[in-house]
Design a protein around this ligand. Structure first.
Ligand code: ADP
Length: 454
């Protein structure tokens, strides 16, 4: 039972002891001695309890408090209760701290607690990954010593924490971090670093794209504008000259139209907004049509040959495949000087079916080849823009092929020519009238028909 106020009982006990001892002493003829004995006994009892208290506190908080009575029972009881409350609170705090650390560690953003002059006090695992911080070696180090970038130094100096800055990660230059500092508490700061590499790349791509497209559209517009101004200023003096100018205007508007068509196609392919149609594509007949068109464009300037395996088919979207193959054939015509040779082939090679367009044209220096499928990438912008190309052809080829699980392979030798090969692992053959998928990799049938024309 809990005693509310132990003092009246304690005083009563002291008085009772003194009275009993005093009376006993008085009965024996020595009342003072009796009182002294009573006082000494009382003090001894107090001392004993003090010794037990000291031993209990020294031996640790886990053992139960000593048993006692009266005032000392209350003291032991209250101390024990305080200790228990304190222990529960500490455990709760430790759990809270553990949970905070766990959640901070699970955060994908680098988080560093800074104090005073920017000394690092604590950080999470993402900070170790993105900033290369080592525990415990870097504890107490100034963050500016580890994130050594002039922009970051200026950012710290400025102390305008409303804005964020972008800096490369000290661990890997290719990773771009958006760093922000949040002040809190008593001169404490939290440094947050978010990986924005993808976003940064997209932003750069968007900027480049806008710059490229503006340039591409401005070129034909400048020509058209020039013509219009000349006509407005001098009028029509010569009909032949007017015809020439109108031809030029038509050429430039066609180019702008092609550019817009290619852009729309590329955007449809990239967003994948239209699901891929999966029909049987008669590749031999498709390539025959393209070769015919190429011959018309070439107007006898090139020797164009076609060699196709008549039973080999693809399943996919005919329009998309036509765009891809026609870009390759048209490029061959564009980049092959007069009297050059262009060969278009459709055949099975091992486990793949391949469309191969090779030419004896100007060729491509090796270092350009990995970048050819980038939008607006050109080997020689002067020469290719004059040939009317949009710079999007090979980007379209790449996207169409990836939608058909195909791959583009380019080999080229400057001054000798290039070969563009589209390989597909999923294809099939037809047997006479019957159509049916065959597993890739079966040996080609002997009924291969070859059509060669020039
Ligand atoms: P473009 O519309 O400029 O032809 P493409 O994306 O089709 O754009 O081609 C990208 C670049 O690759 C071209 O500008 C050209 O420099 C180069 N190229 C493409 N095909 C050939 C080829 N058959 N021979 C030489 N260079 C080529």
């Amino acid at each position: 039972m809990r005693i509310r106020n132990p003092w009246p009982v304690a005083i009563f006990r002291l008085v009772a002891v003194l009275v009993v001892c005093g009376l006993a002493g008085w009965a024996g003829g020595y009342p003072v001695v009796g009182l002294l004995v009573g006082t000494a006994g009382y003090l001894g009892w107090q001392m004993r309890n003090l010794v037990r208290l000291e031993r209990w506190l020294r031996k640790g908080r886990r053992i139960h408090p000593p048993q006692s009575q009266g005032l000392w029972e209350v003291i032991f009881d209250n101390l024990y209760r305080l200790q228990r409350r304190h222990r529960v609170r500490r455990q709760r705090l430790a759990t809270l701290l553990r949970r905070f650390k766990e959640s901070a560690n699970a955060m994908p953003d680098a988080t560093v607690v800074l104090r005073g002059q920017g000394e690092m006090q604590w950080w999470n695992q993402s900070a170790t990954r993105y900033l290369g911080l080592r525990w415990p070696q870097d504890e107490g180090q100034r963050v500016a010593n580890l994130l050594r970038h002039p922009d970051f130094a200026a950012f710290l100096q400025e102390a305008d924490y409303r804005r964020a800055i972008k800096v490369p990660s000290p661990v890997d230059e290719r990773i771009v971090l958006e760093v922000r500092i949040v002040p809190y508490g008593d001169n404490q700061r939290l440094l947050l670093g978010r990986d924005v590499t993808r976003l940064h790349r997209l932003e750069t791509m968007r900027r480049d794209f806008v710059a490229n497209i503006s340039h591409e559209l401005r070129t034909p517009l400048t020509v058209i504008q020039g013509m219009a101004e000349t006509l407005a200023e001098y009028g029509v003096t010569d009909v032949d000259e007017l015809r020439g100018s109108l031809d030029m205007v038509q050429q430039q508007t066609r180019r702008m139209g092609r550019l817009i068509d290619d852009l729309l196609l590329l955007s449809r392919l990239e967003t994948g907004e239209r699901p891929l149609e999966s029909n049987t594509v008669n590749v031999p007949s498709l390539l025959r049509g393209l070769a015919e068109e190429a011959r018309t464009v070439s107007a006898g300037r090139h020797e164009i040959t076609l060699e196709v395996d008549e039973t080999l088919r693809l399943s996919g979207d005919e329009n998309e495949l036509r765009s891809a193959f026609s870009n390759l054939v048209n490029n061959a015509v564009k980049y092959t000087p007069d009297q050059g040779r262009i060969a278009v082939r459709w055949f099975q090679q091992g486990e793949e079916a391949r469309v191969e367009v090779s030419d004896s044209g100007i060729g491509i220096p090796p270092h350009h080849i990995p970048r050819l499928t980038e939008r607006f990438y050109r080997v020689d912008s002067g020469r290719t823009t004059s040939s009317g190309g949009t710079g999007l052809g090979l980007a379209i080829v790449k996207h169409v092929l990836s939608r058909h699980q195909g791959q583009l392979h380019i080999t080229s030798q400057p001054e000798h020519g290039s070969t563009f090969t589209c390989s597909f692992r999923e294809f099939f053959r037809i047997d006479g009238e019957q159509t049916g998928p065959r597993s890739a990799g079966r040996p080609a049938r002997a009924s291969t028909a070859t059509a060669t024309r020039s």
